[in-house]
Write a protein that binds this ligand. Structure first.
Ligand code: MN
Length: 233
């Protein structure tokens, strides 16, 4: 059974690492074993963690600090967690250096894009004219908008569809693309909703939450299955 390291959320006030069960269920359904990673940015510990897991899953959460892409936080920016940023940016750099398979969800996509020199809309509704309403937390577990999918991509091969209905629980998104990333889906308003890194074995990031749909929508579970396969499962 392959091991998938899951990067958790960090509730600083409560002192708790957090991960929604949907993530671990989706990994289990794919036939892999999810393991919760501890928060650390110690380089040798990170390397040791990455030696033991076959892939890394970056989960959703709050906003990336705009300082990471050279901006001051605007009033429209949401809650940030510098300790989680430190952990995830260090983990991601090491995982990319070791070419570990990566699946990044929602905030995870934003971490990946920022780490590679891209920028984010601090708030899509305020900064992107003509945007759809993307923070649709009223319907967290079903599709609320469509995305087009490029056939000849990791995602396209996984879901075997040219169009997907996706949930949408984000108020931020990719403004300028990070280096080495290939956009593979767009929403109707033009927003990039998934990226891949062609130079790596398997790096796939999606702006929606496939884990919340994967129990009932096989094409969303297929994303976790393809990731697990890339991990050797
Ligand atoms: Mn969306």
């Amino acid at each position: 059974m392959v091991l998938i390291g899951v990067a958790p959320g960090w509730d600083e006030q409560a002192g708790k690492l957090t991960v929604h069960r949907d993530y671990t269920d989706a990994v289990l359904r794919a036939g892999a074993l999810p393991v919760l990673l501890p928060l650390t940015d110690g380089e040798s510990v990170l390397r040791s963690m990455l030696d033991r897991v076959d892939g890394v899953l970056f989960t959703g959460g709050g906003d990336v600090s705009p300082a990471r892409y050279g901006e001051a936080a605007l009033p429209c920016c949401g809650e940030i967690c510098p300790a989680r940023d430190d952990f995830e940016f260090a983990l991601l750099a090491q995982a990319l250096a070791m070419d570990r398979p990566i699946l990044a969800v929602c905030r995870g996509l934003q971490v990946l894009n920022t780490a590679l020199g891209g920028t984010l809309y601090q708030d899509i509704g305020k900064q992107m004219p003509g945007a759809l309403i993307h923070p649709r937390n009223d319907q967290p577990r079903d599709g609320v908008h469509a995305v087009t999918v490029e056939k000849d991509s990791l995602l396209g091969k996984a879901v075997a569809a040219a169009r997907l209905e996706v949930n949408s629980r984000h108020h931020q998104g990719i403004r300028t693309l990070g280096a080495g990333l290939r956009p593979t889906t767009r929403a109707a308003d033009g927003l990039i909703e998934a990226v891949e890194m062609p130079a790596k074995r398997f790096v796939l990031a999606v702006q929606w939450h496939p884990e919340s749909m994967s129990g009932r929508y096989p094409e969303q579970q297929a994303i976790f299955n393809a990731f697990t396969e890339a991990c050797g499962g």
